[in-house]
Design a protein around this ligand. Structure first.
Ligand SMILES: Cc1cc2nc3c(=O)[nH]c(=O)nc-3n(C[C@H](O)[C@H](O)[C@H](O)COP(=O)(O)OP(=O)(O)OC[C@H]3O[C@@H](n4cnc5c(N)ncnc54)[C@H](O)[C@@H]3O)c2cc1C
Ligand SMILES: *[C@@H]1O[C@H](CO)[C@@H](O)[C@H](O)[C@H]1NC(C)=O
Ligand SMILES: *[C@@H]1O[C@H](CO)[C@@H](O)[C@H](O)[C@H]1NC(C)=O
Ligand SMILES: *[C@@H]1O[C@H](CO)[C@@H](O)[C@H](O)[C@H]1NC(C)=O
Length: 489
């Protein structure tokens, strides 16, 4: 008897909840239609394709999918979401590891910025206005075709300008030129109340601060104005092979690399150690071959590295050397992986942490036959343009992190088994347990689905979180731009 009542109550609650979301959805569809905001019809091939995120492990079903062609459409879409209490999410390249561009959960109104992809250079001023929906490879090509200009950005050509620039943007010229977000001069933003504003050091400066590191929670950026530079040519691209034979050998190499990055690595040198079944040490030096040899040879010797290749490349070939394929991107975009990933942004790795990391590699990673990797980007240090900015100057807080570490575990076909989560979780735990006194941030551009929202807030933004939460209450009091790990969620 009791059970029957409970069961009917549960069914009733379930039906009421679905009726509520169905009527919400209908109201949202009506609103978008009345405002003439272009949308993709559920079930159409474009819709199905657009719902495939870069990380196929993490998929979501939105309430509606808008593809605005004008700023007015973006404003109207935000108004429709706010009016019907449906959370609104901007999507640019769809490369978030946690599929935050699809909301990071079911039921959002997605505003796909694909039609905002223009690149317009002012060659005299060395600035460029770039739509947020562009992909990095296309943007780099367009910049170069307009007076050989360039900006600092990530290596993967399919990544979107929007997500990359609003949350970091590290690549193979960042030590010299700063992160992508360090080169934003201004942003045009549609706020939660649909107002269009410009954010810059002189207009809405606090919003500008928040956008550079935590942008997704504060509005929809339609375009950025960036500072550009003339692309360097004759760049030295290197790629060495490294096969540590023991935990001790790996620890020795990491210790040498960390010491070099913290104290001696010049800003013209950009590099990373890619630890996997097949380990490489690669990067770019913007300078002469003689200087390169003088700087690198002692380091290579300390790291125990002897074989590899060094070549001289034009700017576009430099980018292509790290892009895993052509810079220009297919439309529709259809590159995907199935993976779980995590990050660490340590101020430094203590000797105990390096030992723990190396032992874990020896005991658990070497024998793992999946396609895992641990990437150490040489991010900070005395001579890094990234570390040259103070931690409270932008929402991006990880200024003094020596390494930007990315832990990645993927399968080439089929689905990712949840039984595999402990592999990477355990690796991070081994490192952080070994040095409880070191502050370890994490990078939201490598969004980690295993973090609770409190963990996400504290690790992604460390000491900047409190200020961000206060700004969120000012700029988006009704939480129109929500997501499971965003500021204020
Ligand atoms: C293969 C690969 C390689 C990568 N390489 C690098 C690298 O070299 N360096 C690096 O720093 N990062 C790198 N990343 C990480 C990448 O920077 C992030 O995943 C980034 O957030 C992706 O941006 P997106 O626009 O493609 O993603 P999306 O999933 O579309 O968006 C990511 C987040 O940004 C928000 N957002 C997007 N556009 C807007 C907008 N216009 N206004 C407001 N919010 C917006 C979304 O709502 C979401 O929360 C790489 C990722 C992948 C998959
Ligand atoms: C750090 O900033 C100072 C002052 O702006 C500048 O002169 C110097 O070149 C910067 N160093 C790097 C590595 O960016
Ligand atoms: C490094 O940055 C973190 C985060 O902002 C901060 O807590 C720490 O004190 C900084 N360390 C140094 C030596 O400045
Ligand atoms: C929109 O929000 C901003 C930030 O809270 C505020 O300054 C502005 O007055 C609001 N505009 C309208 C029309 O309500």
């Amino acid at each position: 008897m009791g059970h029957t009542i409970l069961a009917s109550l549960a069914i009733w609650l379930f039906l009421a909840a679905s009726a509520d979301s169905i009527s919400k959805r209908a109201a949202l569809d009506d609103c978008l239609k009345t405002a003439s905001v272009p949308t993709l019809a559920s079930g159409s091939s474009d819709y199905t394709q657009s719902l495939k995120p870069f990380n196929l492990r993490v998929t979501f079903k939105p309430a509606a999918y808008a593809v605005p062609t004008t700023v007015k459409h973006v404003q109207d879409a935000v108004a429709c979401g706010a009016a019907t209490s449906v959370q609104v999410t901007a999507k640019s390249g769809g490369h978030s590891y946690a599929s935050h561009g699809l909301g990071g959960e079911d039921g959002h109104l997605i505003v796909d910025m694909r039609n905002f992809a223009s690149v317009t250079v002012d060659q005299t001023a060395q600035t460029a206005v770039i739509g947020t929906g562009g992909r990095l490879g296309d943007v780099a090509t367009a910049l170069y075709s307009q007076g050989k200009q360039a900006i600092s950005h990530g290596t993967c050509p399919g990544v979107g300008v929007g997500g990359l620039s609003l949350h970091g943007g590290y690549g193979l010229i960042s030590r010299s030129k700063g992160l992508t977000l360090d080169n934003i001069l201004s942003a045009d933003v549609v706020l939660a109340n649909s107002t269009l504003v410009t954010a810059s050091p002189t207009q809405n400066a606090e919003l500008f601060w928040a956008l550079r590191g935590a942008g997704a929670a504060f509005g929809i950026v339609t375009n950025f104005k960036f500072k550009t530079f003339t692309a360097p040519e004759n760049n030295i691209v290197f790629n060495y092979f490294f096969s540590p034979s023991s935990a001790t050998q790996l620890a020795t190499a990491l210790t040498a690399l960390q010491d070099f990055t913290r104290n001696s690595q010049p800003p013209e040198l950009n590099m990373r150690l890619f630890l996997s079944g097949f380990t490489t040490f690669s990067g770019v030096y913007y300078g002469s071959r003689a200087d390169y040899d003088r700087i690198m040879n002692p380091l290579l010797q300390k790291m125990g590295i002897s074989s590899g290749s060094v070549s001289t490349n034009s700017w576009l070939n430099t980018l292509t050397s790290f892009s895993n394929g052509a810079l220009q991107q297919a439309k529709p975009y259809d590159t995907h992986e199935t993976f779980f990933a995590k990050s660490l942004m340590p101020e430094y790795l203590s000797p105990a942490a390096i030992t723990a990391l190396s032992n874990y590699w020896n005991a658990n990673a070497r024998s793992n036959s999946r396609s895992w990797y641990l990437l150490f980007d040489c991010h900070g240090g005395k001579n890094s343009a990234i570390s040259n900015v103070s931690a409270d100057a932008t929402a991006y807080v990880h200024r003094n992190a020596t390494f930007k570490m990315q832990f990645y575990d993927r399968v080439s076909s089929g689905s990712y088994n949840t039984a595999w989560f402990p592999f990477l979780n355990g690796w991070i735990k081994a490192i952080t347990d070994a040095s409880p006194d070191v502050n370890y941030g994490m990078y939201i551009n490598y969004a980690d689905t295993s973090l609770t929202k409190d963990e996400a807030h504290s690790h992604y933004w460390l000491g900047n979180y409190e200020k961000l939460a206060a700004l969120k209450a000012i700029w988006d009091p009704k939480k129109v731009f929500e997501g499971p790990q965003l500021v204020g969620s």
